[in-house]
Design a protein around this ligand. Sequence first.
Ligand SMILES: Cc1cc2nc3c(=O)[nH]c(=O)nc-3n(C[C@H](O)[C@H](O)[C@H](O)COP(=O)(O)O)c2cc1C
Length: 452
Amino acid sequence: MKMLRFGLFENAQANDSGTATWRHPANERDHFESLDYWVKIARMCEDARLDFLFLADAWGWSEVDGERLPISSEEGLDLPRLDPAIVAAALVAATTRLGLVVTGSTLLEQPYSFARRMATLDHISKGRVGWNVVTTGTAETAVEAFGMPMVAHDKRYDMADDFMEVVYKLWEGCWEPDALQRDKAGRYADPAKVHRIEHEGPFFRSRGYGNTSYSPQGTPVLFQAGSSDRGRKFGGTHGECIFLGGSPSKLPDQVRAIRAEAVAAGRAADSLKIMSAFSCVVGATREEAQRKFELILESQRPEVAVASYAMFTGLDLSSYAPDTPMTELHTEMSQTQVQRFAGLTVGDVLKDWHAYGVRGKPVVGTAEDVADAMCELAERADLDGFLLTPVVQPMSTVDFVEQVLPILRERGVAAQDYQGESLRERLVGTPSPVLRDDHPGAAYRAQLAAAR
Ligand SMILES: Cc1cc2nc3c(=O)[nH]c(=O)nc-3n(C[C@H](O)[C@H](O)[C@H](O)COP(=O)(O)O)c2cc1C
């Protein structure tokens, strides 16, 4: 069995993933605005030798008929948040080896300034940064806030392709890795190694010179989680680490489909690392774990489900009869969150969403049960690792690192220590910190060489 990789999914807000567990007595993330919270979590990840801390992000909020529901504020469901890139910058100083993955939207960011922000993080962290590329499923309210017109689902991915081209040009094609000489008796940078970029795309234009020099990884490690047909094509083309959510029974097919997209894009099937989101509730006995899970469910108000489903899809499930088949619903927001419930009714989905939100069902049991489930799933679905999606923080992470991880280490499927300096070497297994040659971003480097 492969050596598994692990990341911790976090979110700089009180709740995430469509549930609202902030009232649980063990939860500390209601104080997510405090740096102390983030340093504690990051150090816990680093001490446990998790590969990375993943900072999710969203723009927008849940709205029904043009109004934000009071429950969204009462439960801290969507707003407020912090900027994940700034949290990551603070955590660079609190850690030395941990990867830090920042979510950034190709719909709402500007590629030129975004490229600089990510390169800055990559420089100051010495190559420990990743970018979770999102097209923003919660687009309807977000574009209003930005004063932009709405962009339909598949077109957002066309926009993302164009965005990638600009940032590849800036990261890979502008400053050569050895452009800086810092020779006090000579010159600071070699002008022959600093190239002008030109980009005239369907959505973005950029001309001139990148604001930052070539960073340790050049391009940050690219993470992606789109699961619609268009999202998978995008992920197969650009993603180096793909996250899958949803049902374990569908994972093997999803993994095969993503690897096939990568091959169609001219990449090696195993150059993508595929990780599944994974939740667990651990107890000394199965009964204790079940009771622990029940207390988590009891800490949440059932009304949260309607508001939170609306945030992901723009659909108000309370306005449909409970027996309406989900196949009758359509959204231009996250299609995955409608398609994954095919065969169920609106009433079924409201119950499911209350318990799990966008997360898969947690494995509830002893640490041995959880380790068994992870090994079985990884083998059956050909996974490279797991993105741990906690239900109550920091309790979920403490339980995993103290109880489950030692078992996985004993079984020889989790590394004892970090290997490789940069996040890319460690996670993707590249021989150097930069993109593999078969990655589309590397072509911008090759063009540069050809032009010389
Ligand atoms: C594990 C995981 C983490 C995700 N994190 C984010 C996130 O931080 N921000 C975001 O806007 N979307 C996030 N998503 C959603 C995906 O980027 C994507 O929009 C979603 O899977 C729907 O895909 P589709 O648009 O191709 O249908 C995440 C999805 C998964 C499975």
